[in-house]
Every structure is written in C-alpha cells, then in structure tokens.
Ligand binder design. Structure first.
Ligand code: BGC
Ligand code: BGC
Length: 641
C-alpha cells in the first residue's frame, strides 16, 4: 500500500476515534440527571463485545497493571485476603493503589469506572491500623442487631476512607458443622439469628440507599448452602469440609440456608457471591436453577452475581472453555478470575463468536453490573474518598470494645468467681493468647490466614487486665510457669487469681477444617500447673468455634468463651472485673465429644439428662450471678469430676 494512502487511513481512524470520544463526553450515560435505566441502555448500546467482556472481568490486583485495566477494559479489581499494597500497608498506600487502577479505567474509550472489592469481613481487616471487630461468631453471641448495624457502618467508613466501595461481606452462611474452618465467619448455626443480623449488617454497610454517600456495596455470600456441607466431601481432602457437598433436599436448603438471602435482598443487597460448595450433584457455580431461576427469578434479585476466587475453573478443571460457558450461562455476571485476565477474555471471545454464550446473556450481565455502578454514583464521583482520619479512630474502637463485651459467653462460674475484685493482690496471667493481637483476631486479619504477634494496632487482653486492676500485681508468663514467684522460704507463691487465655492458631477457609477440635497436651499441662498455683482459676478460650474442652472445664472455676474478639482486647477485662455484665449466649451448640458432630435435630433438642446430650445447648450462657445450671452439673458428671 502506498505510504500516502495508509497515512490517510490512520488519520481517518484517529478522526473517527476522536469523534466517538467527543460524542461520549456529552452522551446521555454521562448525564447524572437521567434515570439509571436510561444511562445503562445508552452505555450498553455503545459498547463493543470486547468492552462488554472486560466489564464482567474481575482480577486480583497483583495479577494486572493499570495499563492492563485500560487495554482490556477491566470492570473490577480486587484485593484478596492479605491484598494490601506491597510495602506500604497504610491508608495512603491503599488510596494510591486504588486510584491508580481507577485512573486507568477512566482512560478507556467510554471511561467506565471500575469497582474495587475487598474482604472487610471484620472491619477493613487487610489494612494495618484499621479497627478489627470480633468475627461474626462473636456478634452472633452478642445478638445485638443495632450494634451489628453500627459495626457495618464503621466498616463502610473505613473502607471508603481508602477509596473502596465494595465489600465481600457479610457472610450469610448458617454453619451446621463446627469442624468447618469458616464457622467463625458465620453469625450462628440458627437461621433466624443469621437472618436478623444479616439484615442489620446490610442496613449499616449500605445505608438507606446505594446512592447514599455514607454507604458501600455489600456482597452476601456464599450463595447458597455453604454452611451445610458434609465432612469428607471436599475436594480439598478427605479431612476437609470446606467447598464440600451440601447433601440435603431442596426443602431443607430453602428452610435452613435461603432465608438470610431473602431478607438481605429485601434490604437492598445488590451483589451476591456464589459458593464453592455443591448441591444437587452440581457445583453452585454451575447452578442455573439456583442462580437464574431462584435468585434472579423467584427472589427478584436485580443486582449482579459474582463468582468466587477461581470458582468458575472448578466446574471443569480439565476444560476451561466448558467451565466458563457453563458458569456464564448459569447466570454468573462478574467473574473473579482471579489471575489470568487474558485467558478468561480469550475464552469469552470464542464462546460469544461460537454462539455458545448468547449475546443477550452477556448484555444482561453487563447491564446488571453497570446498573450497580451507576446507582453507587461511581460514574459521577469515581475518586471519592472518605475521611482517612476515621481509620482506627477512638470512637470506632469504642464500638468494637462494646462488641467484645457483648460477645463473651460465661459457661461456668463456680462460687461466683467472676466478677473479679479489682483489688485482688496477685494475678497470674498465662497463655500466649493473653498478649497477642494476631491470636485474638484470627484469620482474615492483615493476611488471609491471619498471623501471630503485633500484626496490627490494638489492645491485648493482658493490657486490658493490667489497666482494669491497677492495684494488683499482674504477672504474665506465656507458658504459665511462674518459677520466680516464690515466698521467702523459696516455696511457690499462690496467686489470688490465675487467668489462662487459650487460643486456637489463626486460620481461614479449608486450612481451618479440623477433625478433632481438641485442646493440645501442652495447654492441658499448663492448666494443671495453673490450677496448683491459683486460688481461683479463670479460663478464657479464644477460638473460632466451640472446642472439645473436657478437663479444662473441670479445672476452671470460671470459664469464658471469648471467640475471636479482634483488636479491642480491653473489652474482656471490662466484663471480667464487673464493669459490665455477661450477656452473651452461644451462637453454636457446644459438643462434649467430637463424635457428636454433626449434630442431628434430636441432639440439638436434648435435655441435660445423659452424656449423649451436647455439653451446652444453643443459646446457653450464664449471668455472673447464676450459681450453676443443670447443664454444668451434667458436664462435670460426664467428665467424671
Ligand atoms: C473466599 C471468599 C472471598 C474471596 C476473595 C475466596 O476464597 O471464599 O469469601 O471473598 O476468596 O478473597
Ligand atoms: C483464597 C482467597 C484469598 C487469597 C489470598 C486464595 O487462595 O481462596 O480467599 O483471598 O487466596 O491470596
């Protein structure tokens, strides 16, 4: 081709590009005065197939550059667990990271803003310095919807302060088997309680309407039946349950697992994440019936459905093309790919060209995503950032501390050991859970699996005890040895009060599946040592679920389930020393032995009359003035005490 002509062709293409770009500037979709539906249709009509495919693509932030966002028209970017900006886990670091991706999205021909998502499941938990609330299990124990609403509102404020408007929370699982490593992410085993707290969370996180400046977009997850999987059915391994098979009939699925979704959709939920689990012989990611017929049809869900991390691939690990076609046709709209954008886009292009995915289905997915983006105001204010001075603010920590207080469940209180007198002379504190923000926060804190040590700011339980008992001699030994505490004759000194804080190691997802839930031998030996050195022995258990406590309950005078309280450990001492009452009640039935799991309906309704009954029933919890209970008597009898 002669050089002159080809130059003309290039020039004309540039001309055309400039006219469409100019047209887009005053296109109806940019006019915030028009109704959302009109803006959506106008924009959709302007989009090429490639732009549509990009719009349904959600990529993990380390797996693409801002340049890729522009080139591939990417519609969403996410931070997974631990997805903080490398080397700069500060509000400024987050703001710059999110802004960089957003600027790249706005540079595309149509300037469609992207949506950035994060797992802020107990506060903005990947950000160092954010307030960390108790995990949902503790909020289930607290049973205070007004407080859950406040917590969600604060979480929205802290993520928005880093420029993020999309949260992968709340978890609406109704966990039926506490061996599951995600038990603590669920509020309770009880459908009604999960439903009530879910609604409160939605109200708090989203505000009155998505367009509300104070609200962020919630994602209800994992649809549906994630909490109903059976032990050993997971492809993670024979000793796993996470991502397993929920082998119950449709009536049970609807009765136990669906109601929280119905309520949350009623409260305005506009994003639903699909579960890794399977039901009815199909992976949820392939469930046309439950996603398209039930969720979008019967329940009238108008928002968008997002797949979970690589969840589409799992439909057919050998054949990605088949997996993608199945998932999109089943009704998945936004795809958490999460790593390989090009591979997903390539397969989508082929599937559309082949007619294996109808264009109408792609249009529907894009329409749903755009509608939410418009309603959230992302087109009008793509860079809006909340107030960074709110991150980890004192007022936020005060609410978290209240949540900790309300989450504590008193299981035993012999001779009214609790509340402790602030003037106890000597207090021995033992257990590495006593002085460790990581252990008291659990999984999904800074890192996906959580961590040990001073991983973020907060108050440890030991610091709380020290502050609450300024007149006492508080001595801490992680291993509970107290070798130096001897009298003049060299004999071991007795503490007035011994407090042992036992802690599960942090975990998330399948890594937390646990076949035996036992305290380990070292912990029991420490408890026995502490028993000998303490007039009164208080045991506080930090865990993501009930554990098989056996002898520990016998050794203790008082026993408190404190779950995973998060950054405000001071809330524990508030109640131990009687400044606040014990009001928490069990969100899960507590097993006596591991063989009792999973509980059947009969066991759940058992009376405390023989050792086959659970250790403590659902909703159990003493007030400090209670002297005992039939359950406790049975527990001690069955333990042989
Ligand atoms: C989890 C989701 C989470 C996603 C992104 C998945 O593995 O199941 O709950 O939102 O990762 O981190
Ligand atoms: C998990 C995600 C998590 C991510 C963090 C994945 O394997 O499934 O939930 O966010 O790892 O890297």
């Amino acid at each position: 081709m002669p050089l002159k002509i080809s130059r003309w062709i290039v020039l004309c293409a540039v001309c055309l590009w400039m006219t469409t770009a100019a047209a887009a500037q005053d296109a109806p979709y940019r006019d915030s005065a028009l109704p959302v539906a009109e803006r959506v249709e106008d924009l959709l009509a302007r989009m090429t197939t490639d732009e549509k495919i990009g719009q349904i693509t959600l990529i993990e932030k380390n797996s693409l550059t801002p340049g890729d966002v522009t080139a591939l028209f990417i519609g969403g970017v996410l931070s997974g667990g631990g997805g903080y900006p490398a080397g700069d886990n500060t509000p400024e670091g987050w703001i710059a990271m999110v802004r960089g991706f957003q600027e790249a999205a706005l540079q595309t021909r149509l300037g469609i803003p992207l949506i950035y998502g994060v797992d802020a499941v107990h506060g903005h938990n990947n950000l160092r310095g954010a307030v960390i609330f108790p995990h949902n299990i503790g909020l289930g124990a607290g049973r205070n919807p007004a407080l859950v609403e406040q917590i969600a509102q604060i979480t929205a404020q802290e993520i928005m302060a880093t420029g993020i408007y999309w949260n992968y929370a709340p978890v609406l699982a109704v966990p039926q088997d506490i061996r599951w490593g995600r038990t603590y992410e669920g509020f309770a085993e009880n459908t009604a309680l999960v439903t009530e707290l879910a609604a409160a969370y939605l109200r708090g996180l989203q505000g009155r309407a998505l367009s509300d400046p104070g609200g962020a977009l919630a994602t209800i997850k994992h649809y549906v039946g994630d909490g109903g999987a059976a032990w050993g059915t997971s492809d993670r391994g024979a000793d796993n349950i996470d991502r397993g098979v929920t082998d119950i009939d449709e009536a049970a699925l609807r009765a136990v697992h669906l109601p929280p979704y119905i309520e949350a959709i009623d409260q305005g939920a506009m994003s639903v994440m699909v579960s890794f689990s399977s039901w009815g012989g199909l992976r949820m990611h392939a469930q046309t019936y439950l996603i398209t017929d039930v969720l979008k049809g019967e329940l009238g869900f108008e928002g968008f459905v997002v797949s979970d991390w690589g969840g589409v691939d799992e439909i057919d690990p050998q054949n990605y093309y088949n997996a993608v076609v199945t998932a999109i046709n089943a009704g998945i709209d936004m795809n958490m790919v999460p790593y390989d954008a090009a591979r997903f886009i390539d397969v989508m292009q082929t599937a559309i060209a082949n007619g294996d995915i109808p264009m109408a289905r792609l249009d529907d997915a894009v329409r749903r995503i755009l509608r939410v983006k418009f309603e959230m105001g992302l087109f009008d204010q793509p860079f809006e950032t909340g107030d960074p001075s709110l991150i980890g603010a004192d007022a936020h920590r005060a609410i978290a501390r209240q949540a900790v207080r309300e989450s504590l469940v008193l299981l035993k209180n012999a001779d009214q050991t609790l509340p402790l007198a602030a003037d106890a002379r000597t207090i021995f504190v033992a257990g590495d859970g006593a002085n460790d923000i990581g252990l008291q926060s659990g999984g999904w804190t800074i890192e996906w699996q959580g961590g040990v040590g001073a991983i973020t700011d907060g108050t440890t339980i030991l610091q709380g005890i020290q502050a609450a008992a300024p007149g006492a001699d508080v001595i801490y030994s992680a291993g509970g040895t107290f070798r130096d505490q001897v009298d003049a004759a060299g004999a071991p000194l007795m503490a007035d009060v011994g407090i042992v804080i036992l802690a599960e190691r942090p975990y998330a997802e399948w890594e937390g599946d646990d076949a035996d839930l036992r305290l380990d031998g070292m912990e029991l030996r420490m408890l026995r040592r502490m028993r000998e050195r303490s007039e009164r022995l208080v045991v506080i258990l930090l865990s993501g679920r009930p554990l098989i406590v056996g002898e520990a309950l016998t050794l203790a005078d008082a026993f408190v389930a404190a779950w995973l309280p998060g950054s405000e450990g001071g809330g524990v001492a508030d109640v131990l020393f009687g400044d606040h009452a014990f009001t928490g009640r069990l969100p899960y039935t507590w097993p006596r032995t591991i063989d009792q799991l999973p509980f059947d309906a009969e066991a759940l309704n058992a009376a405390p009359d023989n050792c086959d009954a659970p250790l403590f029933p659902y909703a159990y919890g003493l007030a400090a003035e209670d002297t005992g209970s039939a359950w406790l008597d049975l527990a001690l009898t069955c333990e042989g005490a």
